[in-house]
Design a protein around this ligand. Structure first.
Ligand SMILES: Cc1cc2nc3c(=O)[nH]c(=O)nc-3n(C[C@H](O)[C@H](O)[C@H](O)COP(=O)(O)OP(=O)(O)OC[C@H]3O[C@@H](n4cnc5c(N)ncnc54)[C@H](O)[C@@H]3O)c2cc1C
Length: 462
């Protein structure tokens, strides 16, 4: 009955062109949660859609006044513009990375924060330092939900304990921007942590809401090639024979770098699985990638042209350099200071001994990631447009489609059907076949390079 009511309501909302229900219906919702915060009548609530495993807005049509504010700030259909190459303060420009002031590799000074962080624990160490030094009154972060260990929730953390408890990457849907209304409701200064889509929304809203812009002392962005639906996690558990109801907690990146997935069961057992990048057995690596990269990607992520969180003040990622992945075991982050504000906050934390960094060159940042996902977005957008699907507007980016980029997009097609659980055995076979053929092609490539003397590429996929 309740479900029927929800379905009826969703159907009614689909008729409203001036609400984000349109964005959801067109498949452009990222689930960032900004619409919940911006709605003046409390008509929007973010919820997990059980069928697709995504977070989407549910709109109460009795409360919706059709003011159009949610549409105006929604990054789903219009992400925020790219910073201009010559924007004051962002002294330098790179076509792939965007505006940057300086780049670093580094880690939290505290061994524990570094070891338990996703990469080098820089995000957590910086937020803790800012809180303790009085630069912020709190930080908008994302943690696994206390009421449902397989879902996420935002928290406006006002204590060191809360910030530390939210560390680590969550490779599943998150809606931290639903907490922006809390920032607006409480005086003070805050840091916000989020993915590129979250930052696009915050910047867009900040342009029309000076109070929000003034209250956010730091936009701390995470690199993101793509995120995954909750079904990706469920599929991963299924592969390992774990029933979701038996799970007491999951950490997607735990115990050093590049880290492992650690699932804690209600009976106290721990299941520890190496992450794809540290897994030696190719078929297990392929299965991991299928769950957390290709087959359960949030479809809207495939149309994102960012990847390094260009709209942030500081962007954080992993330095996936072969020379580091074979030696580093505790944790290391890649940091891009995008403007003097980000640079000053980072320097302050370094001077206080909270963070350790080494300056590095932009060429290292370019080597440290596989930017194929970003490079090929033009092909995926072309593919979607050709299939009659809606695509976001990127007026300030040239996103050419090549035959290769279109073909590479085909690899993600299963994410449109992976919510059919009966297809999961098939996806498993597909992942292994795909992984095997990639390995085979890589071996052929290596052989060719050895034969013709070209140097091997010094980078790894995430
Ligand atoms: C979905 C996703 C995809 C990513 N893709 C890449 C990639 O392709 N390449 C790359 O180099 N790095 C990627 N990262 C970033 C990387 O995993 C680390 O988050 C980043 O390097 C910061 O590490 P840290 O140790 O400094 O963070 P920590 O100190 O561990 O703190 C992490 C902070 O991020 C917040 N957070 C975690 N997950 C989310 C989320 N899903 N949404 C919003 N906030 C969150 C936490 O609340 C915490 O405050 C991705 C992260 C996520 C969540």
């Amino acid at each position: 009955m309740v479900e029927q009511e929800a379905r009826d309501q969703t159907r009614r909302c689909r008729a409203l062109p001036d609400s984000v229900a349109t964005v959801t219906r067109r498949g452009l919702c990222m689930g960032c949660g900004t619409c919940q915060s911006v709605c003046p009548s409390g008509a929007v609530v973010m919820q997990v859609e059980a069928r697709t495993g995504c977070i989407t807005p549910r709109i109460d049509d009795q409360r919706c006044t059709h003011c159009g504010r949610c549409m105006a700030i929604c990054p789903g259909h219009s992400p925020s513009p790219r910073r201009a190459p010559q924007e004051p303060g962002s002294a330098r420009w790179d076509d792939v990375i965007g505006a940057y002031h300086a780049c670093y590799t580094g880690h939290a000074a505290s061994h524990d924060v570094r070891y338990h962080g996703a990469s080098g624990g820089i995000a957590t160490a910086l937020l803790v330092h800012m809180l303790q030094s009085g630069a912020i009154d709190g930080a908008l972060v994302t943690q696994m939900s206390p009421s449902n260990p397989l879902q996420t929730t935002w928290v406006l953390a006002r204590s060191v304990e809360e910030i530390v408890a939210a560390n680590g990457s969550k490779y599943c849907p998150t809606a931290p921007n639903a907490g922006l209304s809390e920032i607006l409701a409480h005086e003070g200064h805050y840091a916000v942590v989020g993915l590129p889509c979250h930052m696009h929304a915050i910047r867009r809203w900040g342009q029309s809401n000076p109070l929000l812009a003034e209250r956010i002392a730091l936009h701390l962005g995470l690199f993101c090639a793509n995120n995954n639906t909750y079904l990706g996690t469920e599929y991963f558990l299924w592969q390992h024979g774990i029933a979701p109801q038996d799970v007491a907690g999951i950490r997607y990146r735990a115990e050093g770098w590049p880290g492992r997935i650690v699932v804690t069961l209600r009976d106290g057992r721990r299941i520890v699985v190496p992450r794809g990048s540290s897994e030696r057995r190719w078929h297990r690596r392929a299965l991991f990638t299928s769950a957390f990269h290709y087959h359960f990607a949030i479809p809207r992520c495939l149309l994102c042209a960012d990847q390094t969180c260009e709209a942030a003040d500081l962007s954080l990622g992993d330095p996936w350099l072969r020379e580091l992945t074979v030696t580093e075991r505790v944790g290391l982050s890649l940091v891009i200071a995008r403007n003097p504000q980000g640079e000053a906050l980072l320097s302050d934390a370094v001077a206080a001994g909270a963070i350790v960094v080494q300056p590095t060159d932009i060429s290292v940042v370019r080597r440290a990631q596989n930017y194929a996902f970003k490079r090929d977005v033009g092909g995926r957008i072309w593919l979607c447009r050709t299939l009659g699907r809606a695509v976001p507007e990127y007026p300030d980016r040239a996103l050419p489609a090549s035959i290769r980029s279109v073909l590479s997009g085909l690899r993600y097609l299963p994410c449109y059907v992976s919510h059919h659980r009966r297809l999961w055995p098939l996806l498993r076979v597909l992942a292994v076949v795909e992984g095997g053929s990639r390995l085979f092609m890589a071996r052929i490539g290596r052989g060719m390079r050895r034969l013709f003397g070209a140097s091997p590429k010094d980078r790894r996929a995430v």
